[in-house]
Design a protein around this ligand. Sequence first.
Ligand SMILES: Nc1ncnc2c1ncn2[C@@H]1O[C@H](COP(=O)(O)OP(=O)(O)OP(=O)(O)O)[C@@H](O)[C@H]1O
Length: 247
Amino acid sequence: MIEVIDLEKSFGSQKVLEGVNLTIFDKELMAIIGKSGGGKSVLLKHLIGLLKPDSGSILIDGIDITKLSGKELDKIRERLGVVFQGGALFDSMTVYENVAFPLKEKTRADKSEIHERVMQALEDVGLWGMEKKYPAEISGGMRKRVALARALITEPKIVFFDEPTTGLDPIILNSIHRLIMDTHKKYGFTGVIISHDIPEIFDVADRVAMLHNGVIVEVGTPDEIKNSLNPIVRQFIIGMEVPAFKP
Ligand SMILES: Nc1ncnc2c1ncn2[C@@H]1O[C@H](COP(=O)(O)OP(=O)(O)OP(=O)(O)O)[C@@H](O)[C@H]1O
């Protein structure tokens, strides 16, 4: 379980997080939505230990990661997988090498185990046969799949997705969402997805939290969020919904 308690963060005179409180249960898929520049990525960076808050805490299975550094933090981070917005692949490495990288770095797996696990992960994300390609030779959607395979390869307990569909067309977007759901089912991780995809994310997440002006203003199931009477939530959702294209 992840518990964010009264998390505050300012950059200079700009207060970005004003006391964020959020509980994410084991094995659920939690989406965090909110307007651009509202602090979602800053919150995510705290959750993965890249930023330290001014005050407040983040408990992962009861351990306050905001108080950790060095090896202790690394140990917790080994249980986390992150799919960064741009994929953050190594351009000079093949798809295979990118996916194998965390196993080589973080585990003592031998060559044949690495091979088996990489090929399985590539199959799980629908990239079988692509292992020899370089990131520049594959599409944006495929790069996101590689990033997901790389995040999953160490079978992390928690996977963070930072806007996993940015820059993708609607068909690829849906296929990435389907992939998140399928791998979530297969691997059983706790998933935290920063998302701009309204309404599509409602079909993916178990629960949705809305971050607004540095606080979580509403948390609930997709249906609860869709039917929320909170004017901030209503305005945001209506503003984000793209009308269906009718020829
Ligand atoms: N390292 C930093 N130094 C100073 N200001 C920062 C830093 N990181 C983020 N900010 C500021 O914090 C605010 C929130 O940024 P953040 O990237 O978290 O927004 P977001 O909700 O993820 O937006 P988007 O949906 O557009 O990605 C912005 O005003 C941003 O300029």
